[in-house]
Design a protein around this ligand. Structure first.
Ligand code: PBG
Length: 351
């Protein structure tokens, strides 16, 4: 067996999995303002960026072909109305990026959690004494809620209406793909219909199909200030004990018109990616989420304490490439990763 491992040239000749820049999707957390660049504490080298700085950052993106945008909302309310503001942060960012980078694919997260005062991905049915949270009036989020264990009911169909408004506002601004991530039933179907009926047949849907109620999203929720203020997301995101259910979710999204389906998170869910790839012949994306990124980046940063620059050392580039390649080997065609830029650079340098 060792003949084919003899040297790099031979290993490259027979390598089964080829990670390439074209497979990577780079997420951005976009904020209002100018010249803002603020590191997210739990995610080393990941920043809140204002639109001007996103444009600047993309100048050094080493051939990245696709970005996924998240907006960080200044004002939140019970129905997440800032999410579909035509002049909202994401909408403005889409336009600005499209203007400067014609060859970049712009994808946008379509969800409510970053925009609702209660932090849930949908509209609440009632909030049991917390009615001020659901009255639709604009209020800054209250962090002093005592009812932390209260499990709210989410109104699926009311939420769908808002998701459609958000998706449409992104399409109008110029998004190439919208990525519904609220895990409401029929979200892909109604968004597809809305896009079609409004002249956006060419806008694609990247569906967060098998999205688990995962503990690996914690750093992201710090980035978006989107942690649920009470209860959890288990009534809409998937139970991590299940995998058949993931295949049912994916099948439904394909039937409803998804162009690309996603498994999320990636690393603790490689079996799901593998099963999805075996069963369906549609592009599969995997989201290498914030907790997975933080786990490794903080470790690498710890290894480099003496260095001013917190970037992982050259030797440890291999660790990140190993992680990303394993996700691809499991069956993911596309990978959403906070390492996209670094990985793109390392892949370029190694050619
Ligand atoms: C919005 C959304 C979440 C992530 C992507 N879109 C968080 C959540 O569901 O709570 C997580 C991404 C990450 O952890 O990197 N619903």
């Amino acid at each position: 067996m060792r003949r084919l491992r003899k040297n790099q040239l031979t290993r490259n000749l027979v390598a089964e999995t080829d990670l390439s820049v074209g497979n990577l999707i780079l997420p951005y957390f976009v904020v209002e303002g100018r010249n803002v660049k603020k590191e997210i504490k739990s995610m080393p080298s990941v920043y809140h960026l204002s639109i001007d700085n996103v444009l600047k950052d993309l100048e050094e993106a080493y051939g990245i072909k696709a970005v996924l945008l998240f907006g960080v909302a200044n004002t939140k309310d019970a129905i997440g109305s800032q999410a579909y503001n035509k002049n909202g942060t994401v909408q403005k960012a889409i336009k600005a990026i499209k203007k400067k980078y014609k060859d970049l694919i712009i994808m946008t997260d379509v969800c409510l959690c970053g925009y609702t005062s209660h932090g849930h991905c949908g509209i609440l049915k009632s909030a049991n004494g917390l009615s001020f949270m659901v009255d639709g009036k604009k209020k800054k989020r209250s962090h002093k809620l005592s009812a932390i264990n209260y499990q709210p009911e989410i109104n699926n169909d009311k939420t769908l209406k808002v998701l459609c408004k958000i998706a449409l506002s992104h399409a109008e601004a110029g998004a190439d793909f919208v990525a519904p991530s609220a895990m409401m039933d029929r979200q892909v179907k109604v968004i597809r219909e809305t896009l079609d009926n409004n002249g956006f047949k060419d806008v694609g849907i990247l569906a967060y199909s098998a999205k688990y109620a995962s503990n690996f999203y914690e750093p992201f929720r710090e980035a978006l200030d989107s942690a649920p203020q009470f209860g959890d997301r288990k009534s809409y995101q998937m139970d991590y004990r299940n995998s058949d259910e993931a295949l049912r979710e994916i099948k439904q999204d394909i039937d409803e018109g998804a162009d690309i389906v996603m498994v999320k998170p990636a690393l603790a869910y490689l079996d799901i990616i593998y099963r999805a790839k075996q069963k369906f012949n549609i592009p599969i994306a995997a989201y290498n989420v914030s907790g997975e990124y933080a786990m490794i980046s903080q470790w690498l940063m710890g290894n480099n304490k003496d260095k001013k620059n917190h970037k992982p050392s050259a030797i440890n580039h291999q660790l990140v490439l190993e992680v990303l390649t394993s996700i691809k080997r499991a069956g993911a065609d596309l990978i959403i990763t906070y390492w996209a830029k670094e990985a793109a650079k390392w892949l370029k340098d190694s050619r």
